[in-house]
Design a binder for this molecule. Structure first.
Ligand code: NCD
Length: 303
């Protein structure tokens, strides 16, 4: 039995197979409409989410399966003090696969050890968000034909943003990736990540100014300042609008640069940018469903 706890749990060859499957699902949805008949997905969300939970649910429903679960810790037995290990033991008897989001780093790993069904990490604290990374990689591959040989700027909250941590980690395995980290000093990417890049001789730059690096980028990955992980509201208010991508800044970019964002967006991308053909974030959200469909089929060994 396999779980998905980190994007590194799949080799790049396995990821290619997963992305081929996701593209096939996108092009031939009817072929998969009953692939999960009689199967149940449990969504155990101890932390708020709209897109990740609903995209998992949509994925399972589009495969003909069914879903059950909870969307905040308060409405689960965690509020009575039940451990994640006990919860997953019980859920193993109710469902065939489980997607879990938790505010504590490592909680889905603990659950996977005790689980009789595949566990998917749907985001653990400020740590990892592997299915968002699969979504990001599928978007890059589908829109440009390949993953590799590009400069990507990651902008915003690089300290707390788990999507950023997962994506950097996953891209380290591809050829010719050049990272530019764009953040205020307080929200720099954690040292353990830059140390890993140094150890692997992967080029990166850290800057605070978005405009000056804009012309170099093939992808701009914007992120929200993660309010819920701040220790005080004053710091959040000071930093929340540090970067706002608008049409004037888009004029500095290459004509084929793509803008990605895991969403939800707050103020970091002006709504006027949505009309720009280089704004790929809503397409990206759609790819999130296809990739989760492919992942469910793969972990349930139905392909
Ligand atoms: C992200 C997350 O939960 O980390 N959202 C998502 O899953 N698409 C990004 C965020 O909340 O900023």
């Amino acid at each position: 039995m396999r779980h998905l706890l980190s994007p590194m749990d799949f080799t790049t060859e396995e990821l290619d197979k997963l992305f081929d499957l996701a593209n096939d699902i996108e092009n031939n949805p009817a072929k998969y409409a009953h692939a999960c008949d009689g199967r149940i997905l449990a969504t155990c969300f101890y932390e708020p989410s709209t897109r990740t939970r609903l995209s998992f649910e949509s994925a399972m429903l589009r495969l003909g399966g069914q879903v059950l679960g909870f969307s905040d810790a308060g409405s689960s037995s965690a509020s009575k003090g039940e451990s994640v290990s006990d919860t997953i033991k019980v859920i193993s008897g109710y469902a065939d696969i489980c997607a879990m989001r938790h505010p504590k780093e490592g909680a889905p790993m603990v659950a996977a050890e005790k689980s009789d069904i595949p566990v998917i990490n749907a985001g653990d604290g400020g740590h990892q968000h592997p299915t968002q990374t699969l979504t990001d990689l599928l978007t890059i591959r589908s829109l440009t034909g390949t993953i590799g040989n590009f400069t990507i700027g990651l902008c915003g909250d690089l300290k707390f943003g788990r999507t950023v941590h997962s994506l950097i980690h996953a891209l380290e395995r591809y050829e010719g990736i050049n990272f530019i980290f764009i953040s205020p000093q307080e929200l720099r990417v954690p040292d353990y990540i830059t140390e890993e890049l140094k150890a692997n001789n992967i080029p990166y730059e850290e800057v605070t100014n978005l405009e000056t690096v804009m012309p170099q980028l093939d992808f701009l990955y914007m992120t929200r300042v993660q309010r819920e992980r701040f220790f005080n509201e004053e710091d959040y208010i000071r930093l929340k609008d540090f970067y706002i991508l608008d049409t004037a800044k888009m004029e500095l970019a290459k004509p084929e640069m793509l803008v990605l964002h895991p969403l939800p967006r707050v103020n970091e991308i002006s709504v006027e940018v949505d009309k720009d053909p280089r704004a790929a974030y809503f397409k990206q959200a759609k790819y999130g469903v296809y990739v989760r469909m492919a992942l469910i089929l793969t972990l349930l060994e139905l392909v």
